[in-house]
Design a protein around this ligand. Structure first.
Ligand code: URA
Length: 443
């Protein structure tokens, strides 16, 4: 009876009290509240929203539904980064070992790609043998030894969110800001963090393309962090074009390895450094952003960040030789250059279309249970604003067969728009949000 009453109340714009969230979620996890009632409630929340106290109660109850890491014995700060997801976003693969090498522990719980966006777990699993399913005691041991563990949400962590997120995915109720905020924060708070950095993507390739929606999500998540004594800093970054050049699992791991060797594309390095500087300051390993950047320079140029990634790969069962020899990563059977059909300027490199092309090649999933092919994807070298001449290379397609090459080439021709002029792209990093407010990010 409780669930029906709450659905009706939320449908009519009313509030759900903390004790009611507790009873509802307990019933959902133990199966006495059926999926259809929870789906109806999610849809009511989608339209009616949640106020600050309701988001706080939902987050706290989803967090309390499972286990949490206790990392208080670590002698260093514990900081993670969460991205709202995009195309070509391999930042986590570079950032986690880099920040760990600079003296902050990074318990990085990541997700899989869904829809047009990629996921860190799928990228890591492109490394032969890499295990992302780690029991929590192994996560703790690895953090003690290497300062970093890269793993996925298990049944033990926020099971109420795990069940509800799968349901929201199937009922078109993911895109609700309070539900997204509660879902992400219930998992992040289970990591026992002393700080969290958010990378909120804006632009056509992000989940929440509009600036005001990204800022709203940032503010709610910062408030939820504060409720649990976890400072949160958010950067708003551009996803109106892919980040870096590689899009596709093994191709992105290779680009991340190049970045760890100090040879990454400029946009990837800039976003990585900006997020890394926030993490090092929040984690107490650097007094300010300048000091943090100097630390990261030393770790990258001395090869120590790459060596740390190698050690993490080895600890999680993967083949560490990929760091010295990325050719050991899965290789696509076929590849082909896509060239400019005319002289002009690159007006647009549309990330959503590129992400969908990677999925269609087999490199992503339309449904959670789909398998992914780690070898396929695209490498886009054309950037918005570039001048190109007919016949010059724009991108390369990596596919399983000739049909994949044909389909990928066609998709890239649609996604990379050549014209006579280009609109200015979004600033790569536009805003910084903290509990003190929103500021423009310096160029
Ligand atoms: N990622 C999550 O973990 N939850 C959401 O609701 C959306 C993205």
């Amino acid at each position: 009876m409780l669930a029906r009453t709450l659905i009706e109340r939320k449908r009519d714009g009313g509030r759900i009290a903390p004790a009611e969230w507790r009873a509802l979620l307990a019933g959902y996890v133990d199966g006495t509240v059926p999926d259809y009632q929870m789906a109806a409630l999610a849809m009511a929340v989608f339209f009616a929203g949640l106020d600050r106290d309701e988001v706080r109660a939902l987050t706290a109850e989803m967090l309390a539904s499972g286990a949490a890491l206790d990392l208080r014995h670590l002698p260093v700060g514990r900081v993670d980064k969460h991205s709202t997801g995009g195309v070509g976003d391999k930042v986590s693969l570079v950032l986690a070992p880099l920040v760990a090498e600079c003296g902050v522990a990074v318990p990085m719980m990541s997700g899989r790609g869904l829809g047009h966006t990629g996921g860190t777990l799928d990228k890591l699993e492109a490394i032969p043998g890499f295990r992302t399913r780690l029991p929590l005691p192994d996560v703790v041991r690895q953090l003690e030894r290497l300062g970093c563990a890269l793993f996925g949400q298990t049944e033990a962590i926020a099971p109420a969110d795990r069940k509800l997120y799968a349901l929201r995915d199937a009922t078109a109720t993911v895109e609700s800001i309070p539900l997204i905020a509660a879902s992400i924060m219930s998992k992040k708070l289970a990591e026992g963090l002393t700080g969290l950095v958010l990378d909120i993507k804006r632009g056509s390739g992000g989940f929440l393309p509009e600036l005001d929606r990204g800022l709203e999500l940032a503010r709610i998540m910062i408030g939820l962090g504060a409720d649990h004594g976890c400072p949160v800093v958010a950067l708003l970054t551009a996803m109106d074009r892919p980040l870096g050049r590689a899009c596709g699992n093994a191709l992105e791991v290779e680009e991340a390895i190049m970045a760890l060797r100090g040879e990454g594309p400029a946009d990837l390095m800039r976003v990585t450094y900006a997020l890394g500087a926030e993490m090092l300051v929040l984690g107490g390993a650097a007094a300010d952003h300048d000091a943090a950047r100097r630390r990261m320079d030393v770790s990258l140029s001395g090869g120590r960040a790459a060596a740390r990634f190698q050690a993490i790969i080895e600890a999680q069962g993967g083949d560490p030789r990929v760091v010295d020899d990325p050719a050991r990563l899965p290789q696509a059977a076929a590849c082909e250059l896509v060239t400019a059909a005319r002289d002009g300027v690159v007006a647009q490199v549309e990330p959503r279309a590129i992400g969908r092309a990677v999925v269609a090649l087999g490199g992503g999933r339309a449904r959670m249970e789909d398998a992914v092919d780690p070898s396929v994807g695209v490498v886009v070298t054309a950037r918005p604003g570039d001048l190109v001449r007919r016949g010059e290379p724009l991108a390369t397609v990596f596919a399983r067969d000739a049909e994949g090459i044909r389909m990928g080439t066609e998709a890239l021709r649609q996604a990379i728009v050549l014209g006579d002029e280009a609109d200015p792209p979004l600033p790569l990093i536009s805003h910084r949000v903290t509990s003190a407010g929103v500021t423009r990010y310096p160029d």
